[in-house]
Design a protein around this ligand. Structure first.
Ligand SMILES: [Zn+2]
Length: 459
C-alpha cells in the first residue's frame, strides 16, 4: 500500500469552492434514520460455509451501525468504521479486541443505499450470509421494517474541493456535487467482462432499482485456487457470478448487461459508509477495488476529523450579551437572539424568535400580525454584520454598511411564534467588502432568501 499517493487538486479548487454549502443545506437538514422493527435473514457464510443468521434491530440516534457477535460471551459489538478495518483481501473485514467480522460490504451497501444511519446487526458467527452475492436480500429485509426518521440531523461530509487518489493504474477522485453520485469504470482483460462505465446518482430509489441486485463476480481460476486453499468454503454459483474462459458458468443469466460495473458501485457505496458520514460529492472511480475504496474512506475520515476540529475551534456560540458587544443595534431594533454557529469568514447560523410582543405587530397588522419582509431582511443583514465583525480584532470600532441586496424572495409569511433560523454564507470576500447568500428558515421551510453585499467601515 506504500505506492498510494494522495494529492489535492488545486487547479479547480477555486471554481468549486464557490459551490457553497448553502446549496446542499436542504440535503444536510435531512434527519437520521433507523429501521422500524427487527428482521432476520439466514444463509451460508462465504468463508466458513456454515449457516449464519443476521438480525437487524433499530438503534438510537448517533449509534451508527454496530455488528454484534451474539455467539461470543458478553455479545461484543463493533462499530462499522474505517478505523476498525483489518483486512481487505477478499471483501472488507472489520475487527476489534481480538474478534472479527468478514465481508461486511454488501450488508453496509444495503444500509447506506437506503440512507439508514443507525442499527444493530446481530450475527451468530464471524460473517453475514453471502446471500446471492448482492445486497438485495439485505435491502429487502431492511425495507420490510419500514425505515423511520429520528430527531437529530444527519451529519454529512460535504466535499468542498477536489480530492484525488491513485495507486498505480487505479484511480479515484471526488469533486463537489450537490448530492451523491458515482461514476465508475472497469477494465478487465477478459472478453466477457471487458470495459464498462456507469454514472449514477445514488438515492434509495436508484440504489434499490439499479444497484442492489448486482452480484459479485469471480474468475474460475481464482475460485479454484481459493477453494484448494480451503478458503471460500461457502462460495458457489449461488453466491457469485463465476466467469469461465469463454462462458459464464451460472445458470441464472446476468441481471443487467453491465452487472459487473454495477456491483463495483455497490462495493464502493458499502465501503464509503465506513467514513461514518454520508458523502455529498461526486466520486469517479477507475479500476478500483476494496483496497482503494478503503484508502479513500480513510482519507475522507482524516479530512472530516480535521474539519470538525477546525469547526469546534472557530465555533463560538453567542448569546445576546456577546451579540450586543459586537453589534450596535439595541431593542427594538436588535433582531438576532442567538448565534448557533459561526465559522470566521465563512458561515453563520443565527436565530430570531418572533413573539407577539414585537413592536411592529402593533401596526403590521393588528388583526393579522405578519412580520414585515424588510425586517426579515434586516435580521438577515444583522446576522451578516455579525459574521463580518466577528473576524476583526476590535468590532466595537467598526460598522457594517450594506451596499446592496439582490435576488430577494419572500417565500412564506412569518407570524408570531415562529423561530427564524438564518443561515448566511460568504460567497466572495475582500478585506473590506463581502458578498453573502442568506436564507431564513422556519420549521425547515425557506421563508426568505437574498444576496447581500456589505462593507466594513470605521465608526
Ligand atoms: Zn462485492
Amino acid at each position: 500500500m506504500s505506492l498510494i499517493r494522495f494529492k489535492k487538486i488545486s487547479l479547480y479548487g477555486k471554481i468549486y469552492s464557490t459551490t457553497s454549502q448553502l446549496y446542499v443545506y436542504d440535503m444536510i437538514r435531512k434527519k437520521q434514520c433507523t429501521i422500524g422493527g427487527t428482521v432476520s435473514y439466514s444463509g451460508i457464510g462465504l468463508h466458513t460455509g456454515n449457516k449464519t443468521t443476521i438480525t437487524f434491530k433499530p438503534a438510537p440516534p448517533d449509534t451508527g451501525v454496530r455488528f454484534v457477535r451474539v455467539d461470543l460471551p458478553n455479545s461484543p459489538a463493533i462499530l462499522a468504521d474505517i478505523d476498525h478495518v483489518v483486512d481487505i483481501s477478499r471483501g472488507t473485514s472489520i475487527g476489534q479486541n481480538g474478534f472479527k467480522i468478514h465481508t461486511v460490504e454488501h450488508v453496509l451497501a444495503a444500509i447506506a443505499g437506503l440512507g439508514i444511519d443507525n442499527l444493530y446487526a446481530e450475527l451468530d458467527g464471524n460473517e453475514p450470509p453471502a446471500a446471492d452475492g448482492s445486497s438485495r436480500p439485505f435491502l429487502e429485509a431492511l425495507k420490510s421494517t419500514k425505515i423511520v426518521k429520528q430527531e437529530p440531523d444527519k451529519k454529512y461530509f460535504v466535499v468542498d474541493s477536489p480530492i484525488s487518489f491513485s495507486d498505480n493504474d487505479k484511480e479515484l477522485f471526488i469533486i463537489p456535487y450537490n448530492g451523491f453520485k458515482v461514476s465508475y469504470t472497469i477494465d478487465y482483460p477478459h472478453p466477457l467482462v471487458g470495459t464498462s462505465f456507469l454514472s449514477l446518482e445514488i438515492t434509495p430509489e436508484s440504489f434499490s432499482d439499479q444497484i442492489s441486485a448486482a452480484r459479485t463476480f469471480a474468475f474460475i481460476d481464482e475460485v479454484e485456487l481459493l477453494k484448494e486453499q480451503g478458503l471460500i468454503k461457502g462460495g458457489s454459483l449461488e453466491t457469485a457470478i463465476v466467469i469461465g474462459d469463454d462462458a459464464i458458468l451460472n445458470e441464472e443469466p446476468l441481471r443487467f448487461e453491465n452487472e459487473f460495473v454495477r456491483h463495483k458501485i455497490l462495493d464502493l457505496v458499502g465501503d464509503l459508509f465506513l467514513v461514518g458520514q454520508p458523502i455529498v460529492g461526486h466520486v469517479y472511480a477507475s479500476k478500483s477495488g476494496h483496497g482503494t475504496h478503503v484508502e479513500l474512506a480513510r482519507l475522507l475520515r482524516k479530512l472530516a476529523k480535521k474539519r470538525d476540529q477546525k469547526k469546534q475551534a472557530s465555533e463560538k456560540i453567542m448569546n445576546t450579551e456577546r451579540i450586543q458587544s459586537i453589534l450596535p443595534h439595541r431593542y427594538p431594533f436588535l433582531l438576532i437572539d442567538r448565534v448557533l454557529e459561526i465559522e470566521t469568514n465563512k458561515r453563520i447560523v443565527a436565530i430570531k424568535n418572533v413573539t407577539i410582543n414585537e413592536p411592529f405587530f402593533l401596526g403590521h397588522f393588528p388583526d393579522k400580525p405578519i412580520m414585515p419582509g424588510v425586517l426579515q431582511l434586516e435580521a438577515m443583514a444583522q446576522a451578516g454584520g455579525l459574521l463580518l465583525l466577528n473576524q476583526v480584532e476590535n468590532p466595537e470600532k467598526k460598522l457594517v454598511y450594506f451596499t446592496g441586496i439582490d435576488r430577494v424572495k419572500f417565500r412564506k409569511p412569518v407570524v408570531p411564534g415562529d423561530q427564524i433560523r438564518l443561515v448566511l454564507e460568504t460567497i466572495r470576500a475582500r478585506s473590506k467588502f463581502s458578498k453573502m447568500i442568506g436564507r431564513g428558515y422556519v420549521d425547515e421551510k425557506i421563508v426568505v432568501e437574498a444576496e447581500l453585499s456589505a462593507a466594513l467601515v470605521d465608526r
